[in-house]
Design a protein around this ligand. Structure first.
Ligand SMILES: [Zn+2]
Length: 302
């Protein structure tokens, strides 16, 4: 998946990181930017929802670093040298899986950290088909709260493995948080049942797991490859679909330009609403993000 020049870049970055570590003293004499003055379990989590899940399960015992920053798209984001340095010291790397972290294999090889527990939180879930850019399947599993429960369980097990002394705490935190996710699932179920329309037009194919869980249908997508704007012919086709289903709203997403959504909305007499599949840490909780998305869908579909 990753091209040769990019792989080469990772090797060069890793060497730079190792050189930097040897210059500053790896033994901890010099405080490190990501774990200064703390004996907390250092966790690196790829995307915002996994950052929140890790924080929920780990509580005060962990320090979580989010790798894909707010406003960036995980489909295109590349790790920085400072983040590789974090990976070289982390004890757990929490991944979504299904190819979303296209950089993961090369980064893990480059940092060569024998203490790192790498957890693919998608393992064990039923994966829906992706498009040509997603040969391993559609990666947006976390937008179904019941899948999120599975991901939380995988994170809990990885934390227990990396830090057995905290096992009881991690298990209790996970159980409490899974309760919150079950409440969220019930709430979504109840509110989607009141929607008069079940069909929606998505910005990119992020909501198919959500749709399958709650009986909605994604009838069109504006950008099958996120960041690549649709052709005039594709725009015309989506406008036709929007009119056919009587769409009140076209969904855009804050990580991408809303231009195409605005054109389609104007052409089909709909308004533009924003769904956020990631959330915006640090002022962020997955359950709040999902409730905000549900409220936007309600405006469009109720
Ligand atoms: Zn996506």
């Amino acid at each position: 998946m990753m091209s040769k020049p990019i792989r080469f870049l990772y090797v060069v970055l890793a060497m730079a990181v190792l050189l930097w570590l040897s210059l500053t003293g790896c033994g901890g004499r010099t405080p490190q930017p990501t774990d200064a003055g703390t004996d907390k379990l250092l966790i690196a989590a790829s995307i915002a929802p996994l950052y929140d899940f890790s924080q929920q399960v780990g509580g005060d015992r962990v320090q979580v670093e989010m790798l894909v920053p707010p406003g960036a798209s995980p489909h295109t984001y590349e790790l920085t040298p400072a983040q590789l340095q974090t990976l070289s010291k982390a004890r757990v790397l929490v991944l979504n899986g299904i190819g979303l972290e296209f950089w993961a294999d090369d980064a893990v090889n480059a940092v060569n950290n024998h203490h790192l527990v790498v957890v693919d939180t998608s393992q064990g879930l039923t994966i829906l088909e992706g498009d040509s850019d997603e040969p391993k399947g559609n990666p947006h599993i976390w937008l179904d709260p019941l899948n999120a429960i599975h991901q939380v369980e995988r994170i809990r097990d990885a934390l227990v493995q990396a830090d057995p002394g905290g096992a009881e705490i991690y298990r209790a935190n996970a159980e409490r948080y899974i309760g919150e996710l079950k409440t969220l699932d019930q709430e979504i179920r109840g509110r989607v049942a009141t929607f008069s329309s079940k069909e929606f037009i998505a910005f990119h194919p992020a909501w198919v797991y959500f749709a399958r869980r709650y009986g909605l249908e994604q009838v069109a997508v504006i950008e099958t490859t996120p960041g690549k704007e649709p052709s005039p012919a594709e725009v015309a086709q989506i406008v036709k679909t929007a009119r056919a289903i009587g769409a009140k709203a076209i969904f855009a997403e804050p990580q991408f330009s809303p231009k195409a959504a605005e054109v389609i909305a104007a052409e089909s007499g709909a308004e533009v609403l924003f769904l956020n599949p990631l959330g915006d840490p640090p002022d962020f909780r997955y359950v709040d993000m999902m409730r905000r998305n549900l409220a936007e869908m309600e405006k469009a579909l109720k």
